[in-house]
Design a protein around this ligand. Structure first.
Ligand code: NDP
Length: 459
């Protein structure tokens, strides 16, 4: 590989250092391809930093930052509605606390394993740093599949999961939130169990809570809105905007729904979205209210949409959503959903901008295709940082025992996204890769954490 910087300066001290550390990561963490992928992307883009500032090599910052401070795995036993005992595996990776308590979501999905949680936790370090908020990086979850489970089963699972997790988290230690499969319902059940175990109302222990008990207005919308605000900045710099553009959004969960909403508000026509089975194409523009009801309330498949909208089509195979021509693509479902082939199709069809609402939805090869073809590319750790940024605002409100209005939160979110964009652009220029937001966001996120690690000594 690739992306970014290795081609031009393949024999520098920095590139040798990065290669050595990456080889040792692969050796020490075998069979973890997603973790390797995330580490590779970040390490390669940091080469110009090590060349310019050898102190980061001398202080062993990279060797330390790729090793989680703590990895916790645990048994999650629960009883299903038929009285049968089920056992899942729980994870929490506390990756880096140099600039604040560990912060990052919980994912409930059958694909969850150590590699997935470590890739997400590693990315979270840099993303959280980029927000400008005082939060470290962590991530967790379980291989539990919430699909098809009754409400009572979800509650029993969440209570069992939190019974163990509670020993490791706290408002000043580690503050989890939602992710795939974990929304307001699950956060509510976990918060209830934590409160019962502690016999205290520590509202700052989880974010993404309902507004009635410590949640922040605007948190539900934050990741999707933030992604669109970020893409808006990328477009603005090129004299473009969302108005009258054709947009394709993958997924139909929390991030996708609010990305669609904001894109529509800005005058775009969103013609497609998906779930893990397939995608819908509505040439008239997606009716978001139908999608919201089907996915958020009735928890049905996206295929049901076409029953209410006969002009729309449903296609099996979510990965084929990228065949639809669009000006702006917003992947908001899951990791590695855009591969090299899909990226080439998007480019051939004239895509102008790609903004990653999901975490690592583009493979390394796909990112390379976008960069080589001058597609404006907003990497997830910058473009989707709005969710965790507003989580940090939720923590601030909880500490101060106050609540801001939706408009106050949304204004702060907008400012944060503009700042992330500007800081990433500035770093890309300063380190010799102007306009490359992969390099820029990784460097901007890294420097703050690395400086804090050096200041705090070898720990
Ligand atoms: P949700 O669970 O609300 O929605 C996930 C959506 O993606 C669903 O439509 C789901 O379909 C689909 N999906 C899940 N797995 C796959 C798969 N293997 N293939 C295709 N589609 C899939 O999750 P979120 O919207 O919260 O998260 C989406 C992405 O955004 C994730 O990458 C997450 O890490 C990232 N993210 C989320 C943040 C947040 O605040 N929630 C913050 C930053 C990033 P189905 O209904 O069939 O399951």
């Amino acid at each position: 590989m690739v992306i970014l910087v290795t081609k031009s300066i393949s024999d520098t001290q920095g590139s040798k250092y990065v290669k050595e550390v990456f080889e040792s990561v692969k050796k020490r963490n075998p069979h973890e391809p997603e973790f390797h992928q995330a580490v590779k992307e970040i390490l390669d883009s940091l080469i110009p930093v090590f060349d310019k500032h050898p102190k980061y090599m001398e202080q062993g910052v990279l060797e330390r930052i790729v090793e989680p401070e703590r990895v916790i795995t645990f048994r999650v036993p629960w009883v299903d509605d038929n009285g049968k005992v089920q056992v899942n595996r729980g994870f929490r990776v506390q990756f880096n606390s140099a600039i604040g308590p560990y912060k990052g979501g919980l994912r409930f999905h059958p694909s969850v394993n150590a590699s997935i949680i470590k890739f997400l936790g590693f990315e979270q370090i840099f993303k959280n740093s980029l927000t400008g908020q005082p939060i470290g990086g962590g991530k967790g979850g379980s291989d539990f599949d919430p699909k098809g489970k009754s409400d009572a089963e979800i509650m029993r699972f969440c209570q069992s999961f939190m019974t163990e997790l509670a020993k490791h988290i706290g408002p000043d230690t580690d503050v989890p939130a939602g992710d795939i499969g974990v929304g307001a319902r699950e956060i509510g059940y976990m918060f209830g169990q934590y409160k019962r175990l502690q016999n205290a109302f520590h509202s700052g222990v989880l974010t993404g809570k309902a507004v009635g008990f410590g949640g922040s207005l605007g948190r539900t919308e934050a990741t999707g809105y933030g992604t669109v605000y970020f893409v808006q900045e990328m477009l603005k710099d090129k004299g473009l905007d969302f108005k009258d553009s054709t947009v394709v959004v993958s997924g139909s969960g929390n991030v996708a729904i609010y990305a669609i909403k904001k894109a529509q508000e800005l005058g775009a026509k969103v013609v497609a979205c998906s779930d893990s089975n397939g995608y819908i194409y509505d040439k008239n523009g997606i009716d978001l209210e139908t999608v919201k009801r089907l996915k958020e309330v009735e928890r049905k498949r996206i295929s049901e949409y076409v029953k209410e909208h006969p002009d729309a089509d449903y296609f099996e195979g979510c990965e084929n959503i990228w065949l639809i021509p669009c000006d702006i693509a917003l992947p908001c479902a899951t990791q590695n959903e855009i591969d090299e082939t899909s990226a080439k199709i998007l480019v051939t069809n004239g895509v102008k901008a790609v903004g990653e609402g999901a975490n690592m939805p583009s493979t390394l090869e796909a990112v390379e295709i976008f960069l080589e073809n001058d597609v404006l590319f907003g990497p997830g750790k910058a473009a989707n940082a709005g969710g965790v940024a507003v989580s940090a605002l939720e923590m601030a409100q909880n500490s101060a025992r106050i609540s801001w209005t939706f408009e106050e939160v949304d204004t702060k979110l907008h400012e944060i996204m503009v700042n992330i964009y500007r800081n990433s652009m500035n770093a890309s220029e300063e380190y010799g890769h102007p306009g490359n937001l992969v390099v820029g966001s990784n460097i901007a996120g890294f420097l703050k954490v690395a400086d804090a690690m050096i200041a705090q000594g070898v720990i």
